[in-house]
Design a protein around this ligand. Structure first.
Ligand SMILES: CC(C)(COP(=O)(O)OP(=O)(O)OC[C@H]1O[C@@H](n2cnc3c(N)ncnc32)[C@H](O)[C@@H]1OP(=O)(O)O)[C@@H](O)C(=O)NCCC(=O)NCCS
Length: 172
C-alpha cells in the first residue's frame, strides 16, 4: 500500500509577471495565459503527489473574477485537494501583488483534475490524501461532488449514481 500524503506534500508556488505579449487589447492578462500557467503549476502539484507522469483530464472550474493588469506579479499556489484511484483534484489560489505596498490580493481560483499514467499512458494508482487544515478538509469534502459533476457532464457517470449531486439537489 502506498503511504498517504498531505496537501502540503504537493504544494507548488509559481510566481511570474504579466508581459505585454500576454495581455488582451485592453491591457489585462489574457485568460488563456492564466489557464496555461495554472495547468503548469497544477501538473507539478499532481506530479509531487503521485511521483508519476500526469495528464490533465479536466478543467473543472476557473473563475476570472478580477482583472490582472499588465505588469502584475501573479502567484499561483497549487495543492492536491483530493486523490481518488488514478485521478487527483488540484485546487489553486491565484494572488496578485500590489506594486507599491507588496500587499497580496486574491484574484482567481481554479480547479483542475489530473490522471497519473505509466509510460504507455495507462492510468495508475496514486497515494490517498489526508487533508489537515480546515480549508483543506472543506475542499476535500467538496471534491467528490465536483468529480461526480465532471463525470456526469462527460457522460462517464449515470446521474442517478452521482450520490453527492443527488443529495445536493434533493436534500436526501
Ligand atoms: C487521462 C486518460 C489517460 C484517462 O484515460 P481513460 O481511459 O479515460 O481512463 P478512465 O476512464 O479509467 O479514467 C481514469 C480516471 O480519470 C477520471 N476521469 C476521466 N474523465 C474525467 C473527467 N472528465 N473529470 C474528472 N475525472 C475524470 C476517472 O474518473 C478515473 O479516475 P479514478 O481512477 O481516480 O477513478 C486519457 O483520457 C487521456 O490520455 N486523455 C488525454 C490527456 C491529455 O493529453 N491531456 C492534455 C490535454 S492537451
Amino acid at each position: 500500500m502506498m503511504t498517504p500524503k498531505t496537501p502540503s506534500d504537493s504544494l507548488t508556488i509559481m510566481t511570474d509577471m504579466v508581459l505585454p505579449s500576454e495581455t488582451n487589447p485592453i491591457g489585462n492578462m489574457f485568460g488563456g495565459e492564466l489557464l496555461a500557467r495554472m495547468d503548469r503549476a497544477a501538473s507539478i502539484a499532481a506530479r509531487r503527489h503521485s511521483r508519476r507522469i500526469v495528464a490533465t483530464v479536466s478543467v473543472n472550474n476557473v473563475a476570472f473574477s478580477k482583472k490582472i493588469p499588465l505588469g502584475s506579479v501573479v502567484t499561483i499556489e497549487a495543492k492536491v485537494s483530493r486523490a481518488f484511484k488514478s485521478s487527483m483534484e488540484v485546487f489553486m489560489d491565484v494572488w496578485i501583488e500590489d506594486r507599491e505596498s507588496g500587499e497580496r490580493q486574491k484574484s482567481n481560483e481554479g480547479i483542475y483534475t489530473f490522471v497519473a499514467v505509466d509510460e504507455m499512458g495507462e492510468p495508475v494508482n496514486v497515494p490517498s490524501l489526508i487533508p489537515e487544515s480546515k480549508i483543506e478538509k472543506q475542499r476535500y469534502k467538496a471534491a467528490l461532488r465536483r468529480r461526480q459533476l465532471s463525470l456526469v457532464i462527460a457522460e462517464k457517470m449515470n446521474p442517478l449514481e452521482a450520490t453527492e449531486l443527488v443529495a445536493l439537489f434533493t436534500g436526501k
